[in-house]
Design a protein around this ligand. Structure first.
Ligand SMILES: [Ca+2]
Ligand SMILES: [Ca+2]
Ligand SMILES: [Ca+2]
Length: 333
């Protein structure tokens, strides 16, 4: 007997360039290996299909963004009719390629074009970019959030194998499917402009019915916060979304960046769920931190680390009374 995982539990998907066309995982285990330029992932409870590719090139889409071939999500669509702003329809065309990661102009690609797809989680192999070992993990949450958002959580790791710190900007590149009809429905700052301070925003296509998109960028107060590329910031008529995270990875250490993407069929519902993307605590409360260990969570630099277990709720000595309580609790020797 072998304890090797069956294809039902763990798949190795080939994202190789020798394309024979995309295939669909119409249920876990039906296909275990395939030659395909793009791989369809039946994500999120079989209600959203996402397409993953190692060959995404933003410059070939409606609006050229960075033009680097890389691993990313080319598309996401509903698989069944739902209520939309334009009546009952099957929303599609979330992206024209999205979530491509690059450093110094070189996009991340899986080194052998084969990735792990286990249950809800797709994990790539490490590749070296600017001296860092970079690895990507996409988690497709299997159930919808309270207001119907299907969520994709991406955690990218950057490990420094050298004896000196390495500072880079990790750039994320997205081309929205909404094209010249892009509009912003909501953002965390309360307006309809995507700004650096926005931890999340909701974008859509003014001519329905594309998928309503939401994105989580960071948590306010985190060690690293992203900077939008001014020319490629989603806005009315602008379907580009380029975000840069300036990170420094200490020698021998790992730093992680977490980003969220949501898919919905209604604007208001998307905006009601999107604040969940604004903090690690709310992500955890909603089941979206599953599979990320506490140690790994502490390495996520664009979200605040989880509170230590059992820590007193108030050790802020600047607050009246806090110091007194703290001192009283110290053991006396
Ligand atoms: Ca569209
Ligand atoms: Ca587009
Ligand atoms: Ca805003």
């Amino acid at each position: 007997m072998t304890t090797k995982k069956t294809s039902f539990e763990s798949l190795r998907l080939n994202l190789g360039a020798t394309a024979m066309g995309a295939f669909m995982l119409a249920g876990a285990g039906i296909a275990s290996r395939a030659q395909a330029a793009a791989v369809n992932i039946t994500a999120t409870n079989a209600f959203i299909v996402g397409q993953i590719s190692d060959q995404f090139d933003a410059s070939s889409s409606t609006s050229g963004v960075l033009g680097a071939l890389g691993f990313g999500m080319t598309e996401a669509s509903y698989t069944a009719a739902v209520s939309t702003e334009a009546g009952v329809a099957t929303p599609s065309d979330a992206y024209d390629g999205c979530h491509v990661l690059s450093i110094a102009g070189t996009a991340y690609k899986d080194p052998d074009g084969i990735v792990d797809y286990t249950g809800t989680t797709l994990t790539t192999d490490p590749a070296t970019l600017s001296g860092l070992n970079v690895q990507r993990q996409f988690y497709f949450h299997p159930t919808a959030l309270a207001n119907d958002t299907y969520a994709l959580r991406m955690v990218d790791s950057f490990t420094n194998p050298t004896a000196a710190p390495i500072s880079v900007t990790a750039t994320y590149d997205c081309n929205l499917g909404s094209d010249s009809n892009t509009a912003i429905h909501a953002s965390s700052s309360g307006n309809t402009a995507v700004e650096n301070a926005d931890t999340w925003f909701v974008s859509y296509q003014t001519i329905p019915s594309d998928v309503v998109n939401s994105f989580g960028r960071f948590q306010t107060g985190a060690a690293v916060t992203p900077l939008l590329d001014v020319a490629h910031t989603p806005a009315t008529g602008n379907d580009d979304f380029v975000d840069g995270y300036p990170i420094t990875v200490p020698a021998g250490k790992t730093v992680r960046i977490m980003r969220l993407a949501g898919f919905n069929h209604r604007l208001a519902k998307s905006a009601t769920d999107a604040p969940i993307f604004g903090s690690l605590a709310s992500l955890a409360t909603n089941g979206l931190m599953v599979g990320v260990s506490l140690a790994q969570q502490k390495e996520i630099v664009n979200y605040n680390p989880p509170a230590p277990v059992g820590a007193p709720s108030n050790l802020d000595a600047t607050k009246a009374g806090a110091e007194t309580v703290f001192v009283r609790d110290l053991p006396l020797k």
